[in-house]
Design a protein around this ligand. Structure first.
Ligand SMILES: [Zn+2]
Length: 84
């Protein structure tokens, strides 16, 4: 089971981490250059060892972040999952 990275507007039900779906949700207002750092921080909180660069899932795979151009992104959000 692997982590899913999602982007979402901050709402009353916003959760940075949902253990049921294993989804890390980033605020959609978070600048792209900060997303990796936040994902790493959340994973570290979950006791997943992080390497020098990039973010690592607990299975050891590199975590891919959603890449949404600022000018063309939609407000519906986007989810990228990786692994099996
Ligand atoms: Zn994984």
């Amino acid at each position: 089971m692997c982590v899913t990275i999602a982007l979402s507007p901050i709402t009353d039900s916003y959760r940075p981490w949902d253990y049921r779906t294993r989804t890390i949700t980033l605020p959609d207002t978070l600048p792209a250059e900060h997303r990796l750092r936040v994902v790493r921080a959340v994973l570290a909180e979950l006791a997943v060892p992080q390497t020098e660069s990039g973010a690592r899932c607990w299975c050891g795979a590199a975590v891919e972040l959603p890449r949404i151009p600022q000018r063309t992104r939609r407000t519906t959000g986007m989810v990228i999952s990786h692994g099996a």
